[in-house]
Design a protein around this ligand. Structure first.
Ligand SMILES: C[S@@+](CC[C@H](N)C(=O)[O-])C[C@H]1O[C@@H](n2cnc3c(N)ncnc32)[C@H](O)[C@@H]1O
Length: 171
């Protein structure tokens, strides 16, 4: 099955380097995770989803990458996930409402695991004209409480639903 336009668009924004470490929060069926893994040689893509059903589907979809160590999966809420001590170069999510819904303890985890020069991409479907603004405002507020600042807003004319993403860094 071809990757959805929105997730291919997001993978392009992440622009993962071959040796980088990425964390996808709410990886669902693992489509974006597979696109990220496809760019890796020595790096690693870790997918976390609190739904064991989703993680099982992601494991099936990415079996080869799991077996050769490019992909690791965890069935857990992000706030409980065992993520180790090695920092991530990028944290990405698509349509994970927790990142714009207070109190959003997920941002505390991002702050803990993100490398000092790491980047975060919070991407989402724009369900109605103008719906992106309030989401971006909430992301800015909640991430800002943890010292993460938006550096760019992205808009994608993805079909069938347009996409948006906020890119953040420390500082
Ligand atoms: C709307 S789905 C999006 C799935 C996928 N990212 C996509 O765009 O197709 C949101 C997913 O995030 C997961 N999720 C939401 N909050 C989470 C959290 N705090 N920790 C881990 N997974 C979470 C849900 O279980 C669900 O699979």
């Amino acid at each position: 099955m071809p990757a959805s336009e929105r997730l291919a668009w997001t993978a392009g924004l992440v622009d993962l380097g071959p040796g980088e470490r990425a964390l996808e929060v709410g990886c669902g069926h693992g489509v974006l995770l597979g696109l990220l893994a496809g760019r890796l040689t020595t790096g690693e893509a870790v997918g976390v989803d609190r739904s064991p059903t989703m993680v099982a589907a992601a494991a099936r979809r990415n079996r080869a990458a799991v077996e050769d160590g490019r992909v690791r999966l965890a069935a857990a809420d992000l706030t409980d996930a065992e993520l180790g001590v090695r920092p991530f170069d990028v944290v990405v999510s698509f349509n994970v409402r927790a990142f714009w819904t207070p109190p959003a303890p997920e941002w505390d985890v991002v702050d803990r695991v993100l490398a000092p020069d790491g980047r975060v991409l919070v991407a989402f479907s724009v369900m109605a004209p103008g719906a992106d603004g309030p989401v971006e405002d909430a992301v800015r507020e909640l991430a800002g409480q943890r010292g993460l600042r938006p550096v760019r807003s992205h808009r994608g004319a993805t079909a069938p639903i347009a996409s948006a993403a906020v890119e953040l860094r420390r500082g």
